[in-house]
Write a protein of this length. Sequence first.
Length: 449
Amino acid sequence: MLIRTIVSLDPTLLAQALARMAGGIALPIEHLGRLSGGANMESWSFDWGGGGYVLRRAPSAEMMDGRPFGHDVEAAIVRAARRAGVSAPEVVGELVPDDRLGSGYVMRRIEADVSPARILSDPPAELLADIARELARIHTIPVSEFQHLPSADAATMVQDLKTRFASYGGDRPVLALAIKWLEDHVPDPVPATFLHGDFRIGNLMANADGLAAVLDWELCHLGDRHQDLAFGCINSWRFGHIDRPAFGVGDVSHFWTAYEAESGFSVEPDRFRFWLIYSTLWWGMCCLQMADIWRTGLDKTLERAVIGRRVSETEVDLLMLLEDDAPETQRLPIRLDQPAEPRRQGEPSTVEMLEALSDWLERDVKPKAEGRDRFMAAVALNALGMLGRDAANPAAIHDKALSDDLLAGRLTLATPGLLARLKKSSLAKLAADQPKYSALAAATRKWSP
């Protein structure tokens, strides 16, 4: 049976749930609205009893399938983080089945900016030091309190990505190249640390004074602290600021220095690089997973399908991270093919029909939309742009045989012509999917004559 996610929220049921949490105080819900973003969970903002709150929830039990822990554990983690001095939201209550609202919990709303674009356009002077401090405090949360959280060594985690890659077709050569590199560079095990697991600028709130809150605790686990240190530094999480490798805010060396001063632990560059490459690949796998979630009907929202086309971001990022391991003879400049112009005579081509649809959305639909509808109109325009560029210049990116050879080590970065071939095909795919992605311009400049 196909399960479709409910994307509405009954304010009456929510008011009843809050009355239960507050010991019977019945008050109306005001200014209820779904927050944009949230690829995995819904977040609803509302006012109640003179205060501002946010409900974080999964509207159906099926949306929690496969997750290592439920919202009850997540709420306990957020409370533990606050005890550790982390700027985490205050949890005021948890949903129960009788609430008929799904699974989730309610937090006090924090009034600060959550938009990465706005935060990174002019980051507060102390933001990078704040990020280092918060991460160091998260790493002090006692492992003994959460021994039931997922925990795996690096080798097992790489094998898990390899298994997922096979389940998604196993036919993207750059991803195969990254898997093989990770297998060959697994670091030695270290004592487990409590990790946030999704610590990046998109899950932080900031104001003029600096960092205001750390959000989204659904991926917490136990492991190597370098994974948390590297995760927020992957290029996809820098929102265009490729020149600021630490969270899109500043320099990695300054970030490391601040973290070491707060935590007392030294950052190991080679270990950090391993987890940076791992995290970049992991996000690519998550994009493929989003496509599967949409394809199977678990969640048919357009946003899921569009995220599935962001794999190409990670492929160019991975090549930029890995190319230094290739012999110098294989890192010579490449000549890129000029994109073809679509035919503009006679009946409208596929490209032109998609352009007409985009123009209508931009002109007649998006200006009248509000809130999440306006956000989804922008997502739809993005999707139509992808289709138009792909129709004009199709990119051949799938190659199972080549992927198998890379996984087996029969072909490597030392194979003549391989790196150049991967660069050209990956740039073409990224140009169709995300032409404004920062790595496209950066890689084109770096790799062209």
